[in-house]
Design a protein around this ligand. Structure first.
Ligand SMILES: [Zn+2]
Length: 430
């Protein structure tokens, strides 16, 4: 990792040298000796990072020597030769940068000054330049998120299959005309229009063509939570589904005993048996609810998961968007596990759950918390940032006032044992 970081830092020296040489040369105000010295220095650096192509390196080295000779002997040099040399140097640096950054375990920590230099440096239109520009832009995700987002989208508009050319077998291809992203200028949680770019994720690396190559997280100044500026929200049944395989058995993802602890904690506040689960995932929590003696109903937006799980568990699961779910029943317990971050109107979903609860009913809620201990520790290395199908990202501080307003008291807060960085809340209807 340190080596990768050092390799990227080397580009700072190279880019600075090349930029200086080019501007000195173009301004004509250079001292020939100084320029010769800089050309030698840059040549050494470039040769070190360039592709391992001996023939190309020898040619480049000969080009450099020739320029330096000209400068030493006659204090000036041939324009065309200089341009050839500069283009070769730039191309070698670009390919070298790509080799370092396109490596899946490349160091992605950002050095703002260097990263700004890099995006300006890779300004060409060819595939190699645009690809290097994209990797450089992605490094600005935190320092300049809106710019990073715009640049990545623009790069993929030029070459939609950058990644398939880099990684054999990678099928990612961005089709802006078929992209179903909606652009959200208004906070889907509180309706405020006052938000600032927070962090841009290089989502192309997830290699799922249903999603744009970048996702821009916005920080809402109204409620303090985060939401995706661009998101294929209209495709939510498709992007949120398929947690199960057709027919046959279901596979647990977590220790099922985790759920007995969750249910026993809930029963300290309400031991009624009428149960509704919203979004059944792979069916494991629903299966546990049955074992714990609940009379379970469920709603699921993905048709396939609905059929597979109701087939396996023998429970009728209603296939619909929760906001369209209609019943005269009132429940003692509603489960909304890892659902809130996927839905188009999270506050409406909470209001609906409140309405469907019986008096003193409990809503059990689990959702990622971007202020969790885990996220504080891992910061932007927390894989939760890269969950392509998450639309919103709450903090407890941002969520609590919304729960208050909807009519829930927070009875218990737990750090999730199921998902690192998620919070689990027991909420009681007021
Ligand atoms: Zn908001």
């Amino acid at each position: 990792m340190a080596e990768k970081k050092a390799a990227i830092m080397d580009f700072k020296a190279i880019i600075k040298e090349l930029n200086k040489i080019s501007s000195d040369y173009n301004s004509g105000s250079y001292s020939a000796m100084e320029l010769a010295e800089n050309i030698m220095l840059a040549s050494d650096h470039v040769a070190n990072v360039s592709v391992k192509d001996e023939e190309a390196q020898q040619k480049f080295s000969a080009q450099s020597t020739k320029l330096v000779q000209e400068l030493t002997l006659c204090q000036k040099m041939n324009d065309e030769r200089f341009q050839d040399w500069f283009n070769t140097a730039k191309h070698s640096a670009t390919v070298g940068f790509l080799l370092v950054t396109a490596n899946p375990d490349a160091d992605r920590s950002s050095d703002e000054e260097l990263d700004r230099l890099l995006v300006d440096f890779f300004d060409g239109e060819g595939l190699t330049d645009v690809t290097a520009h994209y990797f450089a832009a992605a490094r600005l995700g935190l320092a300049d998120p809106m710019r990073a987002y715009n640049m990545i989208i623009e790069d993929f508009r030029k070459y939609p299959d950058i990644l398939s050319k880099l990684y054999t077998g990678c099928q990612y291809e961005y089709d802006p005309d078929c992209s179903h992203d909606t652009i959200n200028e208004v906070c889907p949680i509180c309706g405020s229009q006052n938000a600032e770019p927070f962090y841009c994720v290089n989502q192309a690396l997830v290699k799922d063509s249903r999603f744009a190559p970048a996702k821009l997280w916005m920080e809402c100044k109204g409620c303090g939570n985060l939401y995706a500026y661009n998101f294929p929200i209209e495709q939510r049944d498709e992007i949120n589904g398929h947690y199960t395989k057709k027919g046959g058995t279901l596979s647990p993802r977590h220790m099922l005993a985790t759920y007995s602890e969750i249910f026993n904690n809930i029963r300290m506040y309400n031991d009624g048996r009428k149960y509704l689960e919203i979004g059944v995932g792979n069916g494991e929590m629903l299966a546990c609810a049955l074992e714990m003696g609940y009379e379970a109903d469920a709603v699921e937006i993905c048709k396939e998961d609905c059929e597979n799980i109701s087939g396996a568990l023998g429970v009728g699961i209603k296939w619909c968007d929760f906001l369209d779910f209609d019943t005269s029943k009132r429940y003692d317990l509603i489960i909304m596990g890892d659902v809130l971050e996927h839905v188009s109107q999270p506050t409406k979903a909470l209001e609906k759950a409140h309405k469907l609860l019986a008096e003193n009913g409990i809503l059990w809620l689990s959702t990622p918390n971007y202020n969790s201990a885990f996220t504080r520790m891992l910061q932007f290395s927390d894989p939760m940032w890269n969950q392509v199908n998450h639309f919103t990202y709450f903090s407890f501080e941002g969520l609590k006032p919304i729960l208050d307003k909807v009519g829930f008291d927070v009875k218990r807060y737990d750090i999730s044992r199921r998902y690192n960085g998620s919070m689990e809340l027991i909420l009681k209807k007021r």
